[in-house]
Design a binder for this molecule. Structure first.
Ligand code: FE
Length: 341
């Protein structure tokens, strides 16, 4: 190689390096989380690292489609979404790059992350039973299987069977109870419906309070939000409705995650890894979980959340998020077969 060529190469390398160094100062985040307390989390990250966050908010499936459409030209570095199966679908579509970080694998229990390090859970939420305090004794609904018992015919409110919260719950049942018992459970649930599935989890809790049904399924944070609400109508709802964490003597209550991963075509990979590691820090964990009344995945993180405290401690199912994701397609077939719309 002649000397001028070397110099040129040196100049090019230097130019590439400065571009890279400059590019590390931003992080492009595609987020399906829209909680106000997450703002503080992002501000603190920028304060600690000097990396500015450009955030694009959207619905889970829209953001997924957008990343897919943008392909190699996508500016997205990190995708945050909800539900283990959605994270796995993104992985199956080849959207994520593996992040082999000792910080992440040390902080996040294996249950809450992809074994190949393509995605990581940062908080988890429990699927709980909401019940009308005047009509139901909590001891009668110890287990999720109780919801299918003939004694509750016409008493149950649930959102659509195909919603990820229910679908992933059914995936856990396939693993924990086996296929036959899960099919029976689904038939029982459909037979017990008080009305056609409609609305979100909060609507089911409200329907219990209104006497439309005695029992409902909900994620814990929807109940926590009502607990925290100062609106008289919400206070009225929580005065009439209690919650039970099911399966405490057996598997533990089904839990699902909110999480994310670094994207394959991330232009700012170093910043992306720093951000994911930051999300697993005790400070971020507390914000991340408190913001939506979820639970931090990192054990021992102190949270300050009166609603979660009021709801009490519980045993969570230890089933891996990757296993949940794996059984989800079958869960959907079973749900369709049972006619849970
Ligand atoms: Fe939700």
């Amino acid at each position: 190689m002649t000397k001028p060529a070397l110099t040129l190469l040196g100049a090019l390398t230097f130019a590439a390096f400065t571009v890279a160094a400059h590019a590390e100062q931003v992080l492009n985040l595609y987020s399906a989380r829209h909680y106000q307390t997450d703002e503080a989390l992002y501000t603190n990250f920028t304060k600690a690292t000097g990396i500015k966050i450009n955030r694009i908010d959207g619905k889970e499936d829209e953001l997924f489609e957008r990343i897919r459409r943008e392909g190699p030209a996508s500016p997205a570095d990190v995708f945050l979404t909800v539900d283990a199966a959605r994270l796995q679908i993104a992985e199956d579509a080849g959207l994520f790059a593996p992040v082999n970080s000792r910080v992440l694998s040390a902080a996040i229990p294996a249950q809450f992350r992809d074994p190949n390090n393509h995605w990581f859970g940062f908080s988890y939420r429990a699927r709980v039973i909401a019940y009308n305090k005047a009509k139901i004794k909590p001891a009668d609904i110890d287990n999720i299987t109780d919801l299918a018992a003939p004694r509750f015919k016409g008493k149950l409110c649930v959102r659509s069977g195909g919603h990820v919260y229910n679908r992933t719950l059914v995936a856990s049942l396939i693993y924990n109870l086996g296929e036959d018992k899960t099919r029976d459970w689904l038939d029982g649930v459909v037979a017990n419906l008080a009305r056609e599935p409609k609305g979100g989890d909060t609507d089911q809790i409200r329907a219990v309070a209104a006497g439309e049904c005695d029992l409902a399924l909900t994620n814990n944070y929807y109940y926590a939000r009502l607990l925290a609400s100062t609106k008289p109508e919400d206070q009225d709802v929580v005065s009439k409705v209690g919650i039970v964490f099911p399966d405490q003597k057996t598997t533990g209550a089904h839990v699902n995650i909110s999480g994310g991963g670094m994207l394959k075509y991330a232009p700012n990979k170093a910043a992306a890894v720093k951000f994911l590691e930051y999300l697993a820090s005790p400070e971020a964990q507390a914000y991340f979980a408190n913001g939506n009344n979820e639970y931090p995945v990192v054990p021992g993180v102190k949270i300050n959340n009166p609603q979660l405290e009021a709801m009490g401690k519980f045993k969570a199912d230890r089933l891996g998020a990757d296993i949940l994701a794996k059984y989800t397609p079958k869960a959907q077939r079973f749900i369709d077969r049972a006619g849970w719309k």
